[in-house]
Design a protein around this ligand. Sequence first.
Ligand code: 13P
Ligand code: SF4
Length: 352
Amino acid sequence: MAVSDSGLATPVSPRVRAKTAPLFTWSPALEAEMAPLYARVKHIITPMEWPHYAPLIKSINALKAQRNAVILAHNYMTPEIFHCVADFRGDSLQLAKEAARTNAKVIVQAGVHFMAETSKLLSPEKTVLIPDMRAGCSLASSITPEDVRMLREAYPGVPIVTYVNTSAAVKAECDITCTSSNAVQVVESLGVPRVLCIPDQYLAKWVQSQTKVQVIAWKGACEVHERFTGEELRAMRADEPGLKIIAHPECPPDVIEAADFTGSTSGMINWVKDKRPRKVMLVTECSMASNVAVEVPDVEFIRPCNLCPHMKRISLENIYESLVHMQYEVTVDPDVAERARRAVERMVNLTN
Ligand code: 13P
Ligand code: SF4
């Protein structure tokens, strides 16, 4: 039995094999060499599973060197990706900044499609790969460029701030992007009384609670965070005395009201590392707790969480295939890219 990302004990099921055989195979020598990496994930990966992962991890790390590639991993990646093959880990803003900074020739985005597009916008000369093109986002698919043009007509002169969780084509129609870690700063930087903040209605509501600027929202929502309820959180508190609850701003307002802290994924991780609560519940995607747990062994994680089906499309197996076959390349139409880049760079320069 193992503790899965849902926090429940589940029978170990055999993992899907990579289609291409790994460069390395399991052996006592490999086991010894990989022991320090196993130490970082042994709270979540069983000794039975490790012989499957270890050869893939070694193969991915060797291929990265051959290809001059880096892996940018979002905080929602599973622990074997996050701790064993990622070169940079972080929230959307940190990954965007890293994409602009890296000297590598190839970026493998261990995250969702809008993140890979952002990397391509900031590093147009690099090859940006995503291991599964289907890794989307309910927020990104909630709004189109035509919708943004319609908003411009309806609200003439009102600047449009778009969450990075949108397509490049949507960003190209907007004035500036924001992430969950800088949304309030971005909105206030514009120096106007009213802004449109798209597409996440809950992020917009949270920003509104933090600023005097009037924030006009779109109707999008994250399918992972909108499932949490304030009632569920209050019930958890009643069951777990001393529990601290921290939430992502994509959650509905009653959830944020019931939480002790609200912040981006990295903001939440830093809060746990800094405050060291005895017991904590991260109201967000399941893998976050697994990833941070290794760094704070004194903290107990209470784990009702929701999985993001899009983030979970990325696996060690398809990262390996991605580096072997240089697939799947993310490109952005040059005209769209030029306009979208302006909106992203304006945000990055503001927060640098
Ligand atoms: P962060 O920028 O906080 O990492 O959020 C990205 C995301 O998709 C959360 O659902
Ligand atoms: Fe999109 Fe929500 Fe998944 Fe983040 S967690 S990628 S916002 S669907």
